[in-house]
Write a protein that binds this ligand. Structure first.
Ligand code: PMT
Length: 319
């Protein structure tokens, strides 16, 4: 007896193509990322793709309102600096206006308070008050060195759709360098969105009363990234929870589901001082001690040191 045919459920990649319009600049960014990866691997460097910041999910086509999340981009921006210090070339796929490597150190400063003016009129000299921007000369030196060597390639996204397509483009651009590529997926990507076909065009009217919205699940990009787009790469995902008691189990479940190399597990309230790096066989607890804090050591320095060593072993195993 012939069975009843049911349509196969669409893959994450299929849903990306069907449901999220391709932003116009994706092809140009893909070419820049591919050239960057080739240039730096030819010079003997490894390349890390860092995702950073939250995503914005519009509620109307002519967007007045959107859903956002807490992510500042600090994890991604500070990690970028430590990867650069460790000899990596960095593609920094970040949310527009989220924290940026080096400038993130002064994100709370009003620039006008940091500048001093000597003289008046056309001959005035503007100088920097280093009490307001501590260590700015050495930070500027590091920033300039990175810029001159073209070691940092910034790529920006704002919306969820831009993030998803740029991540795919990055993965394809890095596939040619195989195990020398690391994916460090620190962005807090929305799990829910409203498809374009179901979104009202105009501003939702408050005169219509309380708002009820129904949102679809966003396809998880880790799956095609690990299986299809960059199968030889070293892939690190992040897992954030607010309940510490479920954190490690969720991290292990992610490893079982996606079969990638490691999960950095963190809890919202303690994320600046403690993470666990979980692999299939190991679990490393990393923490900022009081002594570290006094010396200005950040948790990202420890995460990057742990993962760059693991990436080295991974590359050696791949031959
Ligand atoms: O930016 P900060 O304020 O410094 O905060 C840093 C951070 C807390 C955001 C960061 O350390 C962190 O934990 N990021 C991941 C947040 C999270 O829990 O993501 P998730 O469980 O929704 O996704 C798990 C992984 O899958 C993530 O690596 C994510 O990048 C990836 N993902 C998510 C959704 C999606 N559609 N596709 C994906 O590939």
């Amino acid at each position: 007896m012939a069975g009843v045919e049911t349509p196969a459920s669409p893959t994450a990649e299929g849903r990306l193509t069907e449901e999220f319009a391709v932003p116009s600049h994706v092809e140009a960014e893909r070419a820049l990322m591919a050239e960057f990866a080739e240039r730096h691997t030819s010079a003997g460097r490894r390349v890390v793709l860092i995702t950073s910041g939250g995503t914005k999910v519009p509620l109307e086509s002519r967007t007045v309102r959107f859903l956002d999340n807490f992510s500042s981009g600090r994890r991604g921006a500070s990690s970028a600096e430590y990867f650069l210090d460790s000899g990596y070339a960095v593609i920094f796929l970040h949310r527009h206006r989220s924290l940026y490597p080096y400038t993130r150190l002064y994100s709370g400063v009003n620039l006008m308070d940091a500048l001093q003016m000597e003289g008046d009129g056309g001959s005035s000299q503007v100088t920097v008050d280093q009490r307001v921007l501590p260590n700015v000369a050495s930070v500027l030196k590091r920033y300039r060195a990175v810029k001159e060597a073209r070691l940092l390639l910034p790529v920006e996204f704002s919306t969820l759709s831009e993030y998803l397509h740029l991540l795919k483009a990055a993965a394809q651009a890095l596939s040619s360098i195989g195990p020398k590529a690391m994916f460090y997926l620190a962005a807090a990507v929305s799990d829910f969105y409203i498809p374009a076909s179901e979104m009202p065009e105009h501003k939702i009217q408050s005169s219509n009363g309380p708002l009820q919205i129904s949102m679809k699940m966003v396809p998880k990009m880790l799956s095609p990234l690990v299986k299809d787009w960059a199968p030889q790469a070293f892939v690190i995902s992040f897992k954030l929870e607010t309940d510490p008691s479920i954190l490690l189990e969720r991290a292990r479940r992610a490893l079982d589901t996606y079969r990638h190399q490691a999960v950095v597990a963190n809890v919202l309230d303690t994320r600046r001082g403690y993470v666990a790096v979980v692999t299939r066989d190991t679990q490393a607890e990393l923490a900022v001690t009081e002594e570290d804090a006094r010396a200005g050591v950040e948790i990202e320095e420890k995460i990057v040191s742990n993962l760059s060593a693991a990436h080295g072993s991974f590359m050696a195993q791949q031959g």
